[in-house]
Design a protein. Structure first.
Length: 125
């Protein structure tokens, strides 16, 4: 039996449509609010149909020297063509941090499983 961490896939997001791409500043000031966007299919569009879609994206923060990630945001995408409505797999949120660390995004494709990516964030003063 595999551990769940072994089930997460990673890749270069410029060549793979399933990787959650995190857009955030590399450096922020302590206690300043900043925007974070996580999108699946940034360079190569991901299908958005009943048969093949991204079901959810989650965003976590892992402070430097910590072993506990904090869930920051969770978006579920439930319209994949039913009733002529479509939801694009993009999560947007605003965040304040006090410590350096990393943002970790995870996503789930109903056919290709779990995907993850991460970026480092430097927090100054």
């Amino acid at each position: 039996m595999s551990k769940i961490t072994e089930l997460y896939q990673t890749a270069d997001w410029k060549n793979e449509k399933h990787v959650p791409v995190i857009t955030a500043p590399e450096k922020v000031k302590s206690e300043d609010l900043f925007d974070v966007e996580v999108a699946v299919g940034k360079e190569i569009a991901h299908p958005n149909t009943m048969e093949h879609h991204i079901a959810w994206i989650k965003l976590y923060y892992l402070a430097k020297d910590s072993d506990k990630a904090v869930e920051i945001a969770d978006s579920r995408f439930t319209a994949h063509g039913e009733g002529d409505a479509f939801t694009e797999p993009t999560l947007k949120t605003a965040v304040k941090l006090n410590k350096c660390g990393k943002l970790i995004a995870t996503s789930y494709c109903n056919i290709h499983g779990l995907w993850t990516s991460e970026v480092d964030i430097t927090v100054e003063g």
